[in-house]
Design a protein around this ligand. Sequence first.
Ligand SMILES: [Zn+2]
Ligand SMILES: [Zn+2]
Ligand SMILES: [Zn+2]
Length: 289
Amino acid sequence: MLNQFIMSLGTAQDGGYPHIGCLESCCIKVRERINLKRLIASIAIVDSKKKNFWLIDISPNINEQLIILNKYIQDYSSQSFAGIFLTHAHIGHYAGLLNLGLEALNLSKIPVYVFPRMKIFIENNSMFQQLIDNRNIVLKDIEQFVDIKLNRDIKVQAFLVPHRNELSETVGYRIKSRNKTLIYIPDIDSWEDWDIELDKLIIDNDILILDGTFYSKKEIKHRDIKKIPHPAIEDTMQILKHIDRKEKSKIYFTHLNHTNRVLDDKSEEYNTVITSGYNILEDKKVFNL
Ligand SMILES: [Zn+2]
Ligand SMILES: [Zn+2]
Ligand SMILES: [Zn+2]
């Protein structure tokens, strides 16, 4: 029986899948076949023995995501809700916080880990101010590359990544257990704009859950792609063409936009990703720590 693990609570981009307001075939078919539905990107670090958990990002789908977690967590008290790490101030990544307040869960003193600009964003926003005033949440400062100990076995470390930072910084997380490390980067503008070596990041870690918003930049027709930069999966695979298959198999793409054909496991794009040695992250996938 695995006691400590990471669970994927959702794998869709901020607008959800089906995407809010989309009347195209990509989303109409999901309305008809609800098992195709995906929740908005977020992961949980679960200690099923202590019966507590931490979230990385708290999405607008938190209600359904807690139902998924219910398999391992039998109560949603302030004791079981051990903390929340936020990546950035885009709606899919923090809006679920509102559910911690009096009208909904009414939790007490839940630690919410934030960088300085994200802190200012939350403190200066009256919806969240109320959560602070009512002591539903307590903001905790984090610094780049400084370990936060969750328990005896697990540490979390944050690092900055390039993204459209209008409202806050954007961070990725490294979760480290005694045996394994997992990297979580749901949103990034591009691998080239980041001053790290992507190959080395992959070699140095065991599991990498990475931004796979678009398969190809061509899939966006109604919006200006320059305003929503993400590394397309086909470009990421091109950059990583030379690495070993064993290294590729560590990568799981997430934060999938409704236009992304990898959402359909019968598509050519899905097949290309899988036969190239990579993975598409599924909701409810569990990674033993
Ligand atoms: Zn996002
Ligand atoms: Zn759609
Ligand atoms: Zn974003």
